[in-house]
Design a binder for this molecule. Sequence first.
Ligand code: ME8
Length: 514
Amino acid sequence: MKDNSSFYITTAISYPNGKPHIGHAYELLATDAMARFQRLDGREVLFVTGTDEHGQKMMQTARNEGITPRELADRNSGEFQRMAEALNSSNDDFIRTTEPRHYASVQHIWTRMVDAGDIYKDSYSGWYSVRDEAYYQEGETEVRDGTRYGPQGTPVEWVEEESYFFRLSAYEQKLLDYYEAHPDFIGPDERRNEVVSFVKSGLKDLSVSRTTFDWGIPVPGDPKHVMYVWVDALTNYITAAGYPDETSARWKFWPATHIIGKDIIRFHAVYWPAFLMSAGLALPKRVYAHGFLLNKGEKMSKSVGNVVDPFALVDHFGCDQVRHFFLREVSFGQDGSYSEEAIANRINADLADNIGNLAQRSLSMIVKNCDGKIPAPGPLTDDDKALLALADRTVETCREEMARQQIHKSVSAVFALSSEANGYFAAQAPWVLAKSDLDRMATVLYVTAEVVRQIAILLQPYVPASADKMLDLLAIAADARSFASLGEAGRLVSGTPLDKPVPVFPKYFPPKEQ
Ligand code: ME8
């Protein structure tokens, strides 16, 4: 079913304590595919990404580099923006938590939580992981070789300081009731189960300010305290929607769908909804956690230093090639592994041999055998009708999969259509008909080109620049490229002149074989 409501989607905002790595790229391009899909499906979309610039981790990294945290943030936030361009991301905004609009928003939500009676001053003592910017209970930590680690495998340190607390314990039952009443709030199911059992195990009040450093947003009325970086960071999602100005044009987009990695589900599915309940604001529509991209089976991290540079990958393979690989290869929600061979295989098997071949063979036959114009089809056989019917209904499959963030299944439905079309083309053998039955050849070429048109429209969320080139080859007008033009509504017009096609998806040859 088509949904006409407005659609707000976000990535996590990344720590600019280093350059972006392929995990960041993955999250952005997956979220971009979802944003593009909904725009093409006629919805008004707000898609936001950005950088999370405060906190102890930023401060420590800056100190180690001998620069200020602001210099560090400025330098690397620029790299994240450059990555968004390199990946052809269609984000409508790029938020930085050091912007004035964000200070206003965070101080406002803080005041609302104070007004709700949910903030009090006490003193904190416990374990803190700077790398995760997270407090952990002792039972969640373990000591190995004399160092104590948190549940994500990062070292923790003992912290004791005066602190404001958020009454998270008061939200334990409210959250459980909410998860129960909104079974789609958290996905995939493994993450939902993990969150529910974490909350059921008991919530302690959360320390939400720090006094031992000053790189953060000051607590209103008590500037000795800066806010805990996660209160600050999570609030970016409403800042970008215009908060605290609830009359702003953007506010209609809230609530959002949040696309994040599985390591930060607790912040998004426990703390964030509790803050929003306290402030009397609507809760996110959905929090969906993707898996981790593993580099030779190991977690990539800036701190560990085994990061893959997304710019190098895009330079080497091409933007759409990289997008296709990650979107098709990794089951969205599960961990995935990357290798150069696997990318090369996807480029050759899917893009070049499947879709590229179908488009190139059918369109060059039209140019050569049909006077350079889209031919007029004759009566349709059952095979023609079956293929067109499959093409016409593929968007429904894609819609269902994308509504559940199953990006890889949506992409795979488009490739299944292309495989069917290749099978049809081979079986109908229009090159044989060219010598025996020109009318039938014209029909087969028309049907194939019409399927290529629909494939190209459906591919736009995933490989936007290449899909555009395919639509250019078919001389499809800019206003006839949305999903509204799929199926009967936008059938190819016989007699439309076509240029000689140029291959959209060349094969990949590793450099040494070139
Ligand atoms: O967590 N594979 O920032 P971040 C896939 N600032 N995804 C990965 C990944 C990998 N190897 N490594 C990281 C933060 N990510 C906070 C978020 S949101 C209010 C604040 C994902 O730079 C990670 O799961 O450490 C997260 O969703 C995003 O990249 C940014 O990670």
